[in-house]
Design a binder for this molecule. Structure first.
Ligand SMILES: [Zn+2]
Length: 183
């Protein structure tokens, strides 16, 4: 029988596939990093399943997570997002997503990128080898440090818990439990 982290054992296929194929797998593609940053910031206070089921709407609303397009969003775009029940209509989170695209575009113009920023903190993926999910923290020293540095750089909605989840999502932290076949 296939063994998974307990949260991956679900009939919700989207959620299970996310566990099996995406979560904890290293992906430092610049567009993917922005996508996960946006999704994780919207997740704050909600379930990840809720976000996953709205992911296609987010993709559509946020120009396939192309920061060069999001950075051009004007008031009309903001209103369009605020009126789309297919995503999470939260003013602060929508503002943060647009703001964070602005920071990334500025970085790109300066010859910097998100992947390089992150790998300076985490040169190679961290595997905690947790025996059980109960051992998994919601945040740690590293995510707190990255959170602080990102806030200083101008990012919004990037608290230590959001950053920790983000690092797991993009595979810089692999928190599949020891017994999981997908680690
Ligand atoms: Zn797992």
């Amino acid at each position: 029988m296939v063994k998974r982290c307990s949260w991956g054992n679900t009939d919700d296929l989207l959620y299970r596939n996310y566990h099996d194929q995406e979560w904890g797998k290293l992906n430092l593609n610049e567009k993917y990093l922005y996508e996960m940053l946006v999704l994780e910031s919207f997740q704050s206070g909600l379930s990840w399943s809720t976000i996953l089921h709205k992911r296609e709407n987010f993709r559509k609303d946020f120009a396939e997570f192309d920061v060069n397009k999001v950075v051009q969003f004007n008031d009309d775009d903001f209103q369009r997002l605020m009126q789309d029940a297919g995503i999470i209509r939260n003013r602060l989170k929508i503002n943060a997503a647009i703001n964070n695209a602005q920071v990334l575009v500025k970085w790109h113009q300066e010859g910097k990128n998100f992947a390089a920023f992150l790998t300076e903190f985490i040169p190679k993926p961290i595997d905690h080898h947790f025996k059980a999910e109960i051992d998994m923290p919601a945040k740690d020293e590293l995510s707190t440090q990255i959170s602080k540095t990102m806030k200083k750089a101008g990012f919004k909605f990037v608290g230590p818990t959001t950053v920790y989840s983000f690092l797991q999502a993009v595979g810089l932290i692999n928190d599949h439990i020891e017994a999981c076949d997908f680690k």
